[in-house]
Write a protein that binds this ligand. Structure first.
Ligand SMILES: [Zn+2]
Length: 212
C-alpha cells in the first residue's frame, strides 16, 4: 500500500537492533498462516516493536515489501516521531516505513505498556469476528488515513486484539511474543469457528434429508 504521508529521514541507514530478527520471524509466520497476503505485488499487513520501553521510537516493516517469508534487512525502518497535523513521519532507514506508521505511533502513545503491534489481513478472521465477539472499529476507513486512527481511538481502551472493519486485525502485546501469540490465537479460534459452522450446517442438511 502506498503511503499517505511524507517522510523525512534522519539517517539513511538500515536499522540495526537485536529485535529485528524476532520481528522477521513473526513476519515469516504471518506469511505462512496467510495473514500477510499479497496484493498488487506487495504483502499486506505491517508489524512493529518499540525500540526501548517507554520511548516513542519503533521499528516497523517498510511500505511495499514483497512476500514476508524472509524479509531483507532493508525491509525494516525506524520511526522516531510522527507529526499528525502535518502528516510527516520522521524515520531512519533506506525505504519508506509502512503506510500504517501513524496508526502504530498513535497506539504506542496511547498505550505505554504496549511494545509490539502486529497488523495482519485475513478473510478467515474477519468473517469470524462477529461469531467470536471480537471488537470491531465502528466504520470502514481508508488504509493509512486519519479517519482510521480516529476509529481505532474510539474502541482502543485496553484492548489487546481487535478488528479494523472490512480491513484486517490488530494484536498488541507487552512483547512481540505476546502480540504474536494473540494473533495466532485469533487465527486458530477463527478456524475452529468456521469448522464448527460447517459441521452444524452439514448436520442441518442431514436432518432435512431425513425428514424427506
Ligand atoms: Zn492493513
Amino acid at each position: 500500500m502506498r503511503i499517505r504521508f511524507s517522510v523525512t529521514f534522519r539517517e539513511r541507514n538500515v536499522p540495526d537492533d537485536q529485535g529485528i530478527q524476532e520481528l522477521r520471524e513473526w513476519c515469516a509466520l504471518f506469511h505462512r498462516l496467510g495473514l500477510a497476503p499479497l496484493f498488487a505485488g506487495s504483502s499486506l499487513g505491517n508489524l512493529s516493536f518499540r525500540l526501548k520501553k517507554g520511548a516513542p521510537s519503533f521499528i516497523i516493516t517498510a511500505s511495499e515489501t514483497g512476500m514476508k517469508d524472509d524479509l531483507a534487512d532493508d525491509a525494516f525502518v525506524t520511526v522516531h516521531e510522527c507529526d499528525m497535523e502535518r502528516c510527516v513521519v520522521c524515520a531512519e532507514g533506506t525505504r519508506n516505513p509502512s503506510s500504517e506508521s501513524m496508526l502504530h505511533d498513535h497506539i504506542y502513545h496511547r498505550r505505554p505498556e504496549v511494545n509490539a503491534i502486529f497488523h495482519g489481513h485475513s478473510e478467515l478472521i474477519l468473517s469470524s469476528a462477529e461469531g467470536l465477539s471480537l471488537p470491531v472499529t465502528p466504520r470502514e476507513d481508508p488504509y493509512g488515513s486519519p479517519e482510521l486512527i480516529d476509529s481505532v481511538s474510539e474502541i482502543l481502551d485496553d484492548l489487546s486484539c481487535f478488528i479494523l472493519r472490512d480491513h484486517g486485525f490488530i494484536a498488541l502485546g507487552n512483547t512481540m511474543q505476546e502480540a504474536g501469540e494473540r494473533a495466532v490465537a485469533m487465527y486458530v479460534k477463527s478456524k475452529e469457528y468456521r469448522a464448527a459452522r460447517a459441521r452444524s450446517s452439514r448436520e442441518t442438511g442431514y436432518q432435512i434429508h431425513v425428514r424427506k
